[in-house]
Design a protein around this ligand. Structure first.
Ligand code: P6P
Length: 330
């Protein structure tokens, strides 16, 4: 089937209709979020709310607005049983799980929102899990969400940059859609995104250099040593400080995105969240031919013990992640 836009893509027989309905609702919500983001200071939605989210981070007005948009629109999708968000401490039940099962939607409604005030790209990240087999006929609990990333049936992000783009996987490769603002249609602009195995770009916040574990320091030092060093080639460093923008670049042209464990908070695996940041991005990267590593094993195999748990994140070009794994095993 020649799919020209998201609606055509979601109508493919390989995608269960109720999953397609959830994805269409997320996409519709992101069109509305895109419009609010683009209005910026011209609207009444800029600035901080003076409140903090469950992570103790200052909430921007757009964080809460984006969260509310997704809650309202996605609750209408018949197959959706419950939602969870970076902006909410507890899960948001929607309806009892039907006899045929249902879906759990997790999202970071507006990742990188500290960049809003300086007009740098931000994004929405989403992940869809199946309801557990034994959940039919009952309400969903938080424990039902605590599934490894490999259980995801779909994942994606929307990057609000010079273009608004959605990058999506339903487990059969990765495709990209570009929002045509003249008709609010998601046009299929890349049917098969593929991450080059090799790269010359890495993304990490080098302000944290002195806090990194030795394998990460070794990897970055070798990149910085360039053509005279063991890598025998020069590298570029990029850091947007917006995961969606950095990972989008990696999926588009290769590279490595890293927010690894560091010794500032030794008991904390990393800054980023597993369930609605690391896992959806890891599925996309793997589906695009890359790899994702949390310092111990594949991100998607990480044990899940709590909804808002954090993770050490290294993902991108396959050969580079293999090198990082070797350095961690040395
Ligand atoms: P730092 C944004 O706040 C975020 O959660 C990710 O989008 C981004 O990659 C990271 O934090 C940036 O963190 O410490 O460089 O500001």
């Amino acid at each position: 089937m020649s799919t020209t836009n998201l609606a055509a893509y979601l109508s493919q027989s390989s995608i269960p209709p109720r999953l397609a309905e959830v994805l269409a609702a997320v996409a519709k919500g992101c069109v509305e979020i895109s419009a609010q983001v683009r209005r910026g200071a011209a609207g009444q939605i800029m600035g901080a709310l003076g409140s903090e989210n469950v992570q103790g981070e200052v909430q921007q007005k757009l964080d809460v607005l984006s969260n509310d948009i997704l809650l309202a629109l996605c609750a209408k999708a018949e197959g959706l049983s419950a939602m969870a968000s970076e902006e909410m401490e507890t899960i948001h039940p929607v309806r009892e799980v039907g006899p045929e099962g249902g879906y759990l939607l997790l999202f970071d409604p507006l990742d990188g929102s500290s960049n809003i005030a300086v007009n740098v790209s931000i994004g929405t990240i989403f992940s869809i899990l199946p309801t557990p087999a034994d959940s039919s006929g009952r309400a969903v609990t938080e424990a039902d969400f605590l599934q490894p990333g490999r259980h995801q049936v779909a994942a994606g992000y929307v990057v609000y940059g010079p273009q608004t783009q959605m990058v999506l996987t339903v487990g059969d490769g990765v495709c990209a859609f570009t929002l045509d603002p003249e008709c609010d249609d998601w046009v299929l602009t890349n049917p098969a995104m593929a991450i080059p195995a090799e790269t010359k770009e890495f993304a990490i916040n080098t302000a944290n250099t002195r806090h990194w574990a030795a394998p990460v320091s070794r990897y970055v030092e070798e990149c910085l040593a360039g053509v005279e060093g063991p890598r025998g080639k020069d590298f570029n460093m990029r850091w947007v400080a917006s995961m969606v923008a950095d990972v989008h670049r990696v999926i588009t042209r290769g590279g490595v995105f890293m927010y690894p464990w560091d010794k500032r908070e030794p008991n904390r695996p990393g800054k980023l969240r597993l369930m609605y940041e690391a896992n959806p991005m890891a599925l996309l990267v793997e589906q695009a031919g890359g790899a994702s590593f949390d310092g111990v094993g594949d991100t998607l195999d990480a044990e899940v013990t709590s909804l808002h748990q954090r993770a050490s994140v290294m993902m991108g070009s396959k050969a580079e992640i293999a090198r990082l794994r070797d350095y961690h095993a040395a």
